[in-house]
Design a protein around this ligand. Structure first.
Ligand SMILES: [Zn+2]
Length: 389
């Protein structure tokens, strides 16, 4: 999380990892240009904002301080299962039921990302979870788009939206979310996703929703292989037509499918810390990220939930380096994979990629800035430094 004064706090005092002397320092990871393609709006609020919104809306959260709230949500805790991990969202959703709250939380998420030099993000959420107090679905979508637009105008950080259906609600509601994605295509929405409890809720039940989005040439990604085996990933790709896979931790259990994903360059949205907290992997050391990377898969690193997982993009990349063991040069390749895997139109993606690769060339293998930095290199993006696209 970004602290209230806007600085990026160093990683917390958790026992892993220890930084070896030859490892690149955390500050370098903050300075790198980055993407975040898998980040949930309702899991990425600031603690102070939740308290503020609760006070303004007279909402009883059962806690009064940021410390108590952090404990109630379990920020950064090892929950052991996805279902337990998801409980924190019941708290955040309570304060995300007004237009103002949605606009503000979307803006602040993009602001926090900008402060650690994230250049492009795809923010996902399910509009139907924000109608508890009578908001129209269209009002929900527009409030979030407005917040992201304001962040772009203020800071230059570019953010698009992925609309989610929820596995454990109903196929009908997923279809309704798919219709919203169709309605807002080319208006800030770039994709459709299926989130929620994976076990016992197969993606094929939501096939019609995916058919609708694909008939409208909209990109889709599906959370799969996180709380269920590789069958779930196969179904996401072959039955629902997913263009990317959220997590995919258990893909390594199925060699044939692993190679299919590799051959078709289907990107994986890995979220290392979250994967440990939900029990999808035992610890960071046993995370398949490095194995996938070495095999040639297109892997990206993402936060999943900045608040609930207690993380940032800089921290996830730093952990990929220090705890998972990817050399700094390979971290740069992961970053490039993030830009390549975005759901932006090809030419916009290409333009962004060109600028970012020039910037990345400004860092040598040890993570130090080259003496003559590439032209586009700068520590933190300013609105002027990123041409409108
Ligand atoms: Zn997720």
């Amino acid at each position: 999380m970004t602290s209230a004064n806007g600085s990026i706090p160093p990683p917390d005092a958790s026992p892993e990892p220890r930084q070896a002397p030859d490892q690149v320092p955390f500050e370098t990871f903050v300075a790198l240009p980055k993407t975040d393609l898998h980040v949930h709006l309702d899991g990425s609020l600031r603690l102070d904002t939740i308290l503020d919104l609760a006070k303004a809306g007279n909402i009883d959260l059962g806690v009064t301080s940021a410390r108590e709230l952090r404990l109630a949500i379990g920020c950064g805790r090892h929950f052991g299962s996805l279902v337990e991990y998801l409980r924190g969202f019941e708290i955040t959703l309570k304060v995300m039921q007004t237009e103002e709250a949605l606009e503000r939380t979307a803006f602040e998420l993009a602001e926090d990302a900008h402060r650690e030099n994230v250049r492009y993000m795809e923010v996902r959420y399910s509009p139907m979870l924000h109608t508890q107090r009578g908001l129209k679905l269209t009002t929900v979508v527009e409030a979030v788009l407005n917040g992201l637009r304001r962040a772009r105008e203020t800071y230059g950080v570019k953010a698009n939206v992925i609309i989610c259906g929820i596995r454990n609600i109903s196929p009908e509601s997923s279809y309704q979310m798919a219709e919203l994605a169709v309605a807002y295509k080319n208006r800030g929405v770039v994709g459709f996703d299926l989130a929620g409890a994976e076990a016992d809720n197969p993606a094929k039940h939501h096939k019609e929703a995916f058919q609708l989005v694909r008939d409208n040439n909209i990109n889709c990604t599906i959370h799969a292989g996180e709380a269920y085996g590789p069958e779930s990933i196969a179904q996401a790709i072959h039955v629902c037509g997913a263009h990317r896979i959220g997590h995919g931790c258990r893909l390594r259990e199925h060699g044939d499918l692993l190679h299919f994903v590799n051959d078709h360059r289907i990107p994986l949205e890995c979220c290392p810390s979250s994967n440990v907290q939900t029990g999808a992997v035992r610890d960071l050391h046993s995370h398949p990220l490095k194995f996938y990377f070495d095999l040639g898969l297109r892997v990206t690193v993402n936060t999943d939930n900045r608040l609930i997982t207690d993380t940032s993009m800089s921290k996830e990349l730093w952990l990929a380096h220090t705890a998972i063991g990817l050399p700094f040069n390979e971290i740069k390749s992961l970053i490039v994979a993030g830009f390549k895997s975005s759901f932006q139109p090809f030419h916009e993606k290409q333009a962004m990629l060109r600028r970012v690769t020039a910037e990345l060339r400004g860092f040598n293998e040890q993570g130090e800035r080259n003496e003559a930095p590439a032209e586009a290199s700068h520590p933190i993006a300013s609105p002027r430094s990123i041409p409108a696209e």
